[in-house]
Design a protein around this ligand. Structure first.
Ligand SMILES: C[S@@+](CC[C@H](N)C(=O)[O-])C[C@H]1O[C@@H](n2cnc3c(N)ncnc32)[C@H](O)[C@@H]1O
Length: 244
């Protein structure tokens, strides 16, 4: 490496990054989708960040000094296989879309434009930002330190009827947990808004009562949806009971 070439986590940790990158175990790209139509589709795509890593160089004063120290490295592709936009567009969401359907899609600032492009390719029209998640801690960011993620709402056909709750709040302020784990407030809120509609979660990691759940990591047994707030309440109740 020449003296003028900038030393970065990428140049030093590429080997480690390659070893840690998760590979899709399927022969094809996707598991089969259910043979059913849904009025509510909730998706958290495994966005591809081009192998982009987050690394903690907060201890490093100068860009080119101090990388010999073991530094924290993280990337979505170390946690699960990621999928490029063109391949995401190939998922046959049209086959499971009811005539009247709302798509709720998780996105991040850098993936915002891709999310709209993807939903349009799946046959939906962009409507609004349904949820904003304030993670209460920040990640590194190229422009500002990033602290929020978003759930965009898209529509196909008309708004599914009958409507449920109309008082679900857009802003969700709950601390970030494991990497890419989303707050249950969102799926709980969508369930309250659309209690009677057929619902599926795409790229799911849980298997919720009242929903169909699809993805590479969906467990067999169903669990009830409790928001993080409800979980805290249950924990408090249990602690009071144990203390009595
Ligand atoms: C962003 S994570 C979803 C996180 C989830 N919403 C949560 O709160 O825990 C994306 C998920 O998509 C899954 N996935 C990746 N590639 C996939 C594929 N080709 N087909 C189906 N699921 C895939 C990953 O295994 C991962 O579970």
């Amino acid at each position: 490496m020449s003296n003028t070439e900038q030393i970065t986590a990428y140049s030093l940790y590429n080997k480690q990054a390659k070893e840690r990158t998760k590979i899709n175990p399927l022969a094809g790209v996707y598991p089969d989708l259910p043979n059913k139509k849904y009025q509510i589709i909730y998706a958290d795509p495994p966005w591809d960040y081009g192998g982009k890593m987050q690394y903690d160089k907060s201890v490093i004063k100068n860009e080119n000094i101090g990388f010999e120290k073991e530094i924290f490295l993280s990337s979505a592709s170390f946690k699960y296989p990621t999928v490029k936009l063109n391949q995401l567009k190939e998922l046959k969401v049209q086959n499971i879309t009811a005539d009247d359907c709302i798509l709720f899609m998780w996105t991040t600032g850098p993936q915002m434009a891709n999310s709209i492009e993807l939903a349009e390719a799946w046959g939906f029209e962009y409507k609004t930002v349904a949820f904003v998640w304030d993670k209460m801690v920040h990640n590194p960011g190229r422009y500002t330190l990033s602290q929020t993620e978003f759930v965009l709402a898209f529509k196909h056909g008309r708004f599914p009827q009958p409507r449920g709750a109309r008082n679900v709040r857009q802003m969700i302020t709950v601390p970030r947990k494991e990497h890419s784990q989303k707050p249950l407030e969102v799926i709980a809120g969508i369930t309250q808004m659309f209690p009677e509609q057929s619902k599926i979660e795409l790229f799911a990691r849980n298997n919720y009562t009242g929903w169909d759940n699809w993805g590479l990591e969906v467990p067999n047994s169903k669990v009830d949806i409790f928001s993080q707030f409800e979980m805290e309440q249950k924990k408090d109740e249990l602690q009071i009971k144990l203390a009595l």
